[in-house]
Design a protein around this ligand. Structure first.
Ligand code: DI6
Ligand code: FE
Length: 400
């Protein structure tokens, strides 16, 4: 299949993207076979099927590298409480917050978890997403953590999407271990991680390192267990305060450190050394009325790759739009539209440890998004307006 007459945003892993103003792209066996200028199409492609894209924009398909799309229930009431003045921490300490989603998730069957996740997945696919990371972390017991991961894996049986699963057993302290988070880590979280890994359900291991969740000593034990199993780690760190999670994650060579509003320049240096991606989650920043900006300039200065993701979850970021996320990362965090696009493609792939997608280059998967747009900045610029024309997943065209 040859796509002709397109503007192609190739996206580089390093700084920003390349743009081919009048380009063409050949797909073979689900992979990108060739990409270049319209006037230099190798003759071997000219005999096969061709599609004229009439000047439309092609980018790598988008990647949402941090979500909690599998969960039970919703937290609309908590949204109201917070608007009346309660803080996210106060809601959490009053038994609301993550713990209330745990109750709803434990009550759901795998089928219900899958069924309620699919509309959120569909919203992302409709915006050109091809890879979604999905975390556990609302079960906090063996049965439900495993069910969340099984439901996450099942998404790929029902939709043309690639799912990367992350074990987030250290997300919150469940009520039954309220006074003994250490015992929760040792007796539930780590044994459940081992079971989930044995069942082939885990691509990476995450934790929530925060005053209302787990401290660095507790996360360290989870990371040691991940290391023993040969699994990569990532961490929710420095979201509400700075307690040293970023440095710990960097020490373990984390694929990514996520949120990082309260991270400082030293943290950025540690991330640069470990090659960890900073995953920015402006949906949570916005929802929680946060004012502390992540250290974007320090990330730039030290060459820390920045990704952007929805953090789609029922509490701090009920957001299922990667395009709005890109817009927010520009307007709230002052990323350039170019950084936002690289952040939702190449750097998001890197945050997931994927090197076969997120850029347009021969040999990589033909995961592409075709847009009714003239300039790549349009993707971040518009609010609530989706210009996707078509999504191509592993070389197969799927309806927009
Ligand atoms: N940080 C987040 O933003 C999500 N988890 C986390 O550790 C929010 C989870 C929730 O509020 O349900
Ligand atoms: Fe999160």
């Amino acid at each position: 299949m040859l796509l002709t007459n397109a503007q192609i945003v190739t996206v580089d892993d390093q700084d920003g993207y390349g743009l081919i103003a009048r380009g063409a792209l050949a797909i073979k066996d689900g992979l990108i076979d060739w990409v270049g200028v319209q006037d230099a199409i190798p003759t071997k492609y000219l005999d096969g099927p061709t599609r004229d894209l009439e000047g439309r924009l092609i980018t790598p398909a988008l990647i949402d590298c941090h979500t909690h799309v599998v969960h039970g229930g919703d937290r609309a009431v908590e949204f109201e409480m917070r608007l009346k003045g309660a803080s996210y921490e106060e809601v959490a300490r009053a038994g609301g917050g993550i713990v209330s989603t745990v109750t709803a998730t434990r009550a759901a069957t795998i089928e219900e978890l899958l069924e309620t996740a699919l509309p959120r997945v569909d919203a992302l696919l409709a915006e050109g997403v091809s890879v979604i990371e999905v975390k556990s972390g609302y079960g906090l017991n063996e049965e439900t953590e495993l069910n969340m991961l099984r439901a996450a894996r099942m998404i790929a049986d029902h939709r043309a999407v690639r799912i990367k699963t992350t074990f987030l057993g250290a997300h919150a302290v469940p009520t039954e271990y309220k006074d003994n988070p250490d015992r929760y880590i040792d007796d539930v979280c780590i044994p459940t991680l081992k079971k989930a890994h044995a069942e082939g359900l885990v691509d990476a291991v995450d934790g929530f390192c925060e005053g209302i969740a787990f401290n660095t000593y507790q996360i360290k034990r989870v990371f040691d267990a991940a290391r023993d199993l040969g699994l990569p780690v990532k961490l929710h760190a420095e979201q509400l305060s700075n307690i040293g999670g970023t440095k710990l994650a960097a020490h373990y060579g984390a694929h990514s450190v996520d949120h990082v509003e309260y991270a400082n320049e030293e943290d950025a240096i540690a991330m640069a050394k470990s090659g960890s991606v900073a995953v920015l989650l402006p949906g949570a920043f916005y929802t929680l009325h946060e004012t502390q900006l992540p250290p974007i300039d320090a990330f730039r200065k030290h060459g820390v790759p920045m990704a952007v993701a929805t953090d789609c979850n029922p509490g701090s970021s009920p957001l299922a739009s990667i395009l709005l996320t890109m817009n927010m990362s520009c307007t709230l965090f002052r990323l350039t539209p170019e950084e936002a696009l690289v952040g939702a493609t190449a750097h998001a792939a890197r945050a997931l440890g994927l090197s076969d997608t997120g850029r347009i280059k021969p040999g990589l998967r033909a995961d592409l998004a075709i847009w009714n747009a003239k300039h790549p900045a349009e993707l971040s610029y518009r609010i609530g307006f989706n210009t996707l024309f078509e999504r191509i997943f592993a070389g197969e065209s799927t309806a927009a």
